[in-house]
Design a protein around this ligand. Structure first.
Ligand code: BDR
Ligand code: CA
Length: 313
């Protein structure tokens, strides 16, 4: 079977790290490159975290540094959840990877334009700054991507404000550009990712798998779970890895197609995901929105991914 070519755009981040791990040795996906944006932490930190994760997992994948902040606003990182480093918890061995020199947005535009149309899938698990910038550089990449899968937004209530999910809140102008781009978008919102929560029992079970994957998962999830409990009173949700689950096993999800945009100007609603549920705007749907996920089968996928790192002791 030909593997699907995927570029991950991340702001690594505990759950971004798990998404990289799942994609890195996927049976059905070929991780072509990782592009990095500022988000959970500054670009220097999210880039360092991305390189550390790829290096620790022996993933020989090119890593491109991207936007140092949102298109129009100062960066508002998320240190309470992800720590001062952006990935507190794991202790990494010496990093054997260096980032590429080309800017992530330039790379994305170049790579998608050069590849045959409809072959590159992009998964965005951070603020959409790199993706929006690539679309501004080369708008025709929107129609050339096979699919753009986004972890972001909240149809119901948010996590960074009552109305908004962090990635959409962090760079709402970028999100607005992306939703209006004409790309084939699949949105995996907070409403779905929040239903995949890591219990203590499951963490203990997964931590018994030998190898570097489970080692990294355990160290990062122990820290992430504690922060989620302390600061948002929630169990640790597997936000970003749900995007990989969507690509590997779409039948885990139910979805619907709707018109979606993002609020950029509200005083209480900056970054809110606005879904035209009833079609009052009379616009064609621009996104497939995930509604539910089979959480048990998600964990089966994650466990299988961790097992693929067993030989890496
Ligand atoms: C999103 O925000 C980040 O903190 C996580 O990595 C995830 O991408 C969840 O709102
Ligand atoms: Ca993220």
């Amino acid at each position: 079977m030909t593997k699907r070519t995927v570029i991950l755009d991340v702001d690594t981040g505990h759950d971004d790290a798990v998404a990289i791990m799942m994609a890195g040795r996927s049976r059905t996906l070929r991780l072509d490159a990782v592009t990095v944006t500022a988000g959970n932490q500054t670009l220097d930190k999210t880039l360092r975290n991305t390189l550390n994760v790829c290096s620790a997992l022996s993933l020989k994948v090119p890593v491109y540094p991207g936007m140092r902040g949102p298109l129009l606003r100062p960066l508002e990182p998320a240190p309470l959840i992800h720590g001062e480093s952006g990935l507190d918890g794991p202790k990494f061995p010496e990093c054997t990877l260096e980032s590429r020199k080309e800017h992530a947005a330039v790379f994305l535009a170049r790579r998608i334009m050069k590849a045959p149309a409809g072959t590159i899938t992009v998964v965005a698990t951070g603020p959409l700054s790199n993706i929006a910038m690539a679309l501004l550089l080369e708008p025709s990449i929107a129609k050339r991507m096979r699919e753009l899968v986004i972890m972001g937004g909240a149809v119901g209530w948010g996590n960074i404000t009552p109305a908004a999910e962090y990635n959409s809140y962090a760079d709402p102008e970028a999100a607005r550009i992306v939703y209006a781009s004409g790309a084939s978008i699949t949105l995996i919102p907070l409403d779905v990712t929040r239903t995949v929560t890591l219990t203590k029992e499951r963490l203990a079970h997964l931590s018994r798998i030998p190898g570097k994957g489970a080692e990294l998962f355990t160290a990062s999830m122990t820290c992430y779970s504690a922060a989620c409990a302390k600061y948002i009173g929630e169990s640790a949700s597997m936000h970003d890895p749900c995007c990989i689950a969507w690509l590997e096993k779409p039948d885990l999800f139910t979805t619907e197609k709707k018109f979606v945009s993002v609020e950029t100007e509200g005083t209480l609603t900056r970054g809110a995901t606005v879904v035209d549920h009833t079609g009052v705007l009379k616009k064609d749907p621009n996104a497939r929105i995930a509604l539910t996920i089979d959480a048990q089968r998600f964990w089966d996928l994650l466990e299988a991914a961790l097992q693929r790192y067993q030989m890496l002791a």
